[in-house]
Design a protein. Structure first.
Length: 558
């Protein structure tokens, strides 16, 4: 294994560096488009966005770490903070890495171009692994940097602690990502023989989302009504995490005591995992890749009745909207990242109500207040704000043009007006967003026991909120489409337009909340005013987007 790794490193070094650089710059094989430079507008914008997100999520993680540290300090268990954070980042990278590595290493569009090239499988794997590793540093920094600063400053640690922490952050993602890729390397040859490749990817994405919900529930269960119960829960969860992911224990011992032996052990384990992946890739990678681009189809006979039904003339707008929805539901990456959010966010909102058993009195008081004349106005406001947020979180319209990718030229030559294509994409976003509004309002109807007319108000105003942010998301993606991508996942997950749409939605949400606070009218008048304002706003923005969108699409080259 050692000789294999060093011989590969010597012979393939230049190819590895060139391929890695190209993948980092987001090159599109065979597209004929100019490759993006390091200082291109999109690259700089993505870097700025990631820096802002690191600051936002880092501040949130830091506040949680500080509260945890103060609680653990009472029982002299401060080191547990390091153990839990390092174990948690290992678990997150490993579990989500199982499915992300399949997308990057096997289902990426560039695979068809890389296989015929004079590149060894280990070179391709090493380059893609390096690019994936760099991307994992985002979540690693968000979780580990606040923990390091909180523990280091509060405990008065020296310079060696911070030097070792930087070293640990650099090596931390290697082992879990390698373990995730190892699973993919062994099971992909089996999946390759299956005719249900897309179904597997969809199920994998659903499992990943389920894992995230499990973490949310676990966090809720760690809470307790007293400090003794809280410490007991933390010990139990930490013990379980260390049994499954022992790297957290090694990292904490090395950092707390500045132990060079544990540091060397940590680095050695991660380095060996990378070498093992390179060795296995030589023999197994191509077996899992070859034939993945092939697809299967079923042949079925249809009678004249079914034929007439399938060939009936339908509205162009309806047909195009159905086409958009079918793509969203049938493409695994789009289903998981766009559609699933409409089912997941209502569940996430309801989890605190189901698991927060420590403050039943406060919860019942809040419900009794909401179930009143003033509370009804709050419910309608909450429904609109939730609609505005969900219109951005599902990313349907804010990525609708970007998802066309290399097939963008189809929009140029099909005999359908641009305005109708834009409208169909907006309607698909409204439909997906409406799922979340209906689910959360149904839950509110049964939990809060609100009147039927208030329930109807919530549905109507919530959908009007979704309409507004769906239209704005459409305009943003029309203005800055991301058409160059090699996996469907990049078209939606690495798209800055969704985040911009979210920022824009904050302003109308804040205005509506202020109106609810300062305008004291009954719920019927409040609903009437809110509906008229939102209807007028939606109509004006829709007309503006259709007119300007036609000009933008006509200007774009295919």
């Amino acid at each position: 294994m050692k000789e294999c790794f060093w011989s590969w490193l010597k012979m393939e070094k230049n190819k590895f560096l060139i391929l890695t650089k190209y993948l980092l710059l987001g090159g599109s094989y065979g597209s004929g488009r100019k490759k993006k430079g390091i200082f291109s507008k999109s690259t700089v914008a993505n870097l700025v966005l990631k820096f802002i997100l690191i600051l936002i999520f880092g501040a949130i993680a830091g506040s949680i770490d500080l509260a945890a540290y103060m609680g653990l300090k009472i029982v002299h268990m401060e080191y547990v903070l390091l153990q839990m954070n390092y174990s948690a980042i290992t678990a997150i990278i490993f579990f989500f890495g199982i499915f992300s590595t399949m997308g990057v290493f096997y289902f990426s569009n560039d695979i068809n171009f890389l296989i015929p090239m004079p590149l060894k499988p280990e070179t391709i794997v090493a380059s893609k692994f390096t690019v994936s590793l760099i991307q994992e540093y985002f979540i690693t920094v968000v979780i580990l940097l606040p923990c390091t600063l909180v523990y280091g400053i509060a405990s008065g640690m020296g310079v060696i602690f911070y030097i070792l922490s930087i070293l640990f952050m650099l090596f931390e993602p290697i082992l879990p990502l390698a373990a995730a890729l190892l699973i993919s390397i062994f099971i992909m040859p089996l999946i390759n023989k299956s005719k249900k490749k897309d179904l597997f990817k969809t199920l994998g994405g659903i499992l990943a989302v389920g894992f995230g919900l499990g973490i949310n529930i676990l966090t809720r269960m760690m809470g307790g009504s007293s400090s003794a119960e809280l410490v007991k829960n933390v010990k139990r969860v930490n013990s379980t995490m260390l049994n499954v992911f022992p790297l957290g224990s090694i990292a904490s011992k090395a950092l707390v005591n500045s132990n060079l032996l544990y540091t060397a052990l940590f680095i050695l384990i991660n380095a060996c995992s990378f070498v093992a992946i390179i060795y296995l890739a030589k023999n197994l990678y191509f077996k899992g890749v070859q034939g993945l681009s092939e697809s299967s189809s079923k042949r079925k006979k249809i009678d004249s009745k079914k034929m007439n039904k399938e060939t009936q003339k339908k509205s162009i707008l309806f047909s195009y909207t159905m086409k958009e929805l079918k793509i969203l539901f049938r493409t695994p990456a789009y289903f998981v990242n766009c559609v699933m959010s409409s089912f997941i966010f209502p569940v996430v909102i309801l989890i605190p109500m189901l698991f927060n058993t420590s403050d039943k009195k406060g919860l019942s008081s809040a419900l009794s207040y909401i179930n009143g004349p003033q509370g009804f106005r709050i419910l309608v406001t909450a429904s609109v704000v939730f609609g505005l947020i969900m219109g951005t979180m599902n990313s349907v319209t804010s990525t609708s043009i970007s998802r066309e990718g290399s097939n963008f030229f189809v929009m140029k030559y099909i005999p359908i007006k641009y305005s109708k294509q834009i409208a169909a994409k907006i309607f698909s976003g409204i439909f997906v967003g409406a799922i979340s509004i209906i689910l959360i309002d149904i839950a509110a109807f049964f939990v809060v026991k609100i009147p039927v007319y208030v329930f109807a108000y919530m549905i109507i105003t919530g959908i009007l909120g979704i309409v507004f942010t769906s239209i704005i998301g459409m305009y943003i993606d029309l203005s800055m489409p991301k058409l160059e991508w090699d996996t469907e996942q990049k078209a939606v997950k690495s798209n800055i337009n969704s985040f911009i749409n979210f920022l824009v939605s904050i302003l109308p949400a804040a205005i509506i909340i202020v109106i609810c606070i300062f305008i004291n009218v009954n719920v019927n008048i409040f609903f009437g005013i809110l509906s008229l304002v939102l209807l007028a706003l939606d109509y004006v923005t829709y007309k503006v987007v259709c007119i300007s969108g036609e000009k933008k699409l006509d200007r774009y080259e295919s």
